[in-house]
Design a protein around this ligand. Structure first.
Ligand SMILES: Cc1ncc(COP(=O)(O)O)c(C=O)c1O
Length: 457
């Protein structure tokens, strides 16, 4: 699975070699990134070219796309540094606290199966029953071709979690953010989001044509200040935050954000991808944890692919919002309905979540154990709250890649995160905790991390 690597960069050893290679890598990446940003200008200056023979190769060859060249540079950098690619590993069964890759069992921290519900017999049985009854696909868009009762049932159950009027389910979590934000807002509007917000929100804002401003991570005072200065220049204003931040594992002070959005007459959207099933006694997310009323947030967004053991995304909120999206959001109207087995799986997962809050407390106990042990050993866990997501920040991408591979060699599967998912210099290993992790697995993992980091320094 791993490629052979060249391990002789200038005959240098250890971290000096890493630093040089890292610098070279950054330089080359910067060059293609700049080329990417300038490609629009190049097009404008050359738009007068009349003849086809004068169209430069970069405009008609896939291998000359700057994005592709970035990937190739990173691959080559990995080889020079002796770091085999950690991507696209093939799992041979359900990934829970453990997983099997190439015939070997690993302690697993690379899946969002937070409450161990993907693979739960009740969830699998619900999906099997739905296949028997409805087949595997909804085969067309729901407004056009009609509903399956389980699609609607899932929406009603999700609305209950947030104690709001209704919910709408889309076929992808990412597409939920893109189409909802992209459709509801426009060029006269302003969208403010946390600097660490997920890519799907950024894509949605870009599609909308609204002005996009960021505020520093979790800094509600900075947000307030921007709104004091900017609110009057726009029609609608949307503020986007996450329940638990997917790279850092911390969360916003929701009550502050609600107070600010009310004062400035803005809409507030909370992406609960990593907090549903995790925060609050019953796992009902940031809403439950912060003790707010469901209607105090305008758009509750979440995904079905994590705690809910399916695939898809949802928006929960007031009737006027949900009906509007159902009749007009392109990602709903012009896209197939959620497949029956996935809807059935997520309903079953939600039932178990509601019935078995012990799963939520187990996850929290293991997350807390991981966080405290890691801190004791001097690992950099950033601002993580020690719930579903805990990063161990290594700094350089080379170190993150090497450490992930060293952990893998010792039976631990964890994904490294590099630029551009996080800024360069903030590369990390990202640990997803699940309710079935044992105390022993966490202890073993922290010990391995400390030993391997020590060896790599
Ligand atoms: C915060 C956040 N929002 C949205 C998504 C997209 O969800 P999905 O992977 O279910 O499409 C993710 C994915 O991990 C996420 O982390």
């Amino acid at each position: 699975m791993t490629k052979p690597v060249k391990n002789n960069l200038f005959g240098l050893s250890g971290s000096l070699k890493d630093q040089l290679a890292q610098k070279m890598l950054e330089k080359r990446l910067k060059k293609v990134t700049e080329a990417k940003m300038q490609s629009g200008d190049v097009l404008r200056t050359r738009k007068s070219l009349q003849s086809n023979s004068k169209i430069p190769d970069e405009f008609c060859r896939f291998d000359m796309f700057p994005g592709y060249q970035q990937i190739k540079i990173l691959e080559a950098g990995g080889e020079q540094l002796g770091v085999p690619s950690p991507f696209f590993k093939s799992h041979e069964g359900v990934a829970t606290d453990t997983t099997v890759i190439a015939g070997k069992e690993y302690i697993n921290f690379a899946s969002y199966n937070y409450l161990d519900l993907c693979g739960h017999p009740e969830v699998s049985k619900a999906a099997e029953d739905a296949i028997k009854k409805y087949g595997t696909s909804a085969s067309a868009s729901r407004p056009v071709a009609g509903e399956r009762p389980i699609q609607r049932e899932l929406e009603i159950e999700l609305a209950k979690v947030y104690d709001v009027d209704d919910a709408i389910v889309f076929v992808s979590g990412h597409a939920t953010n893109v189409t909802t934000i992209g459709y509801l807002f426009g060029p006269k509007d302003l969208i403010l989001h946390d600097s660490l917000i997920h890519n799907s929100v950024v894509q949605g804002v870009q599609l909308s044509g609204a002005t996009r401003l960021t505020f520093p991570h979790n800094d509600w005072q900075a947000l307030d200040e921007i709104l004091f200065q900017q609110r009057r220049n726009y029609e609608r204003v949307l503020i986007c935050v996450e329940g638990i931040y997917s790279m850092d594992g911390d969360y916003p002070d929701l009550k502050r954000f609600i107070e600010i959005k009310q004062r400035h007459k803005a809409f507030l959207m909370v992406d609960e991808a990593h907090s549903l099933g995790v925060m609050g006694e019953r796992g009902h997310g940031l809403k439950e944890y912060a003790g707010v009323d469901g209607h105090e947030v305008d758009l509750w967004m979440g995904t079905l692919s994590k705690t809910l053991a399916g695939c898809g995304g949802y928006i929960a909120g007031e009737t006027a919002l949900i009906d509007h999206l159902k009749f007009s959001a392109p990602g709903f109207l012009y896209s197939v309905g959620i497949s029956p087995p996935l809807a059935a799986a997520s309903i079953a997962a939600l039932n178990i979540l509601n019935r078995e809050p012990d799963r939520v407390s187990s996850l929290k106990a293991r997350g807390n154990q991981f966080l405290e042990l890691a801190k004791d050993k001097g690992l950099n866990v950033g601002s993580s709250a020690g719930l579903s997501v805990i990063p161990v920040i290594t700094g350089s991408s080379a170190m993150a890649g090497r450490l992930a591979n060293a952990c893998f060699e010792r039976g631990i599967n964890v994904q490294p995160i590099f630029y551009p998912a996080v800024q360069e210099g903030m590369a990390r290993l990202r640990f997803f905790i699940c309710s079935s992790h044992t105390e022993e697995q966490i202890e073993t993992t922290i010990n391995v991390l400390v030993e391997e980091m020590h060896k790599l320094k």
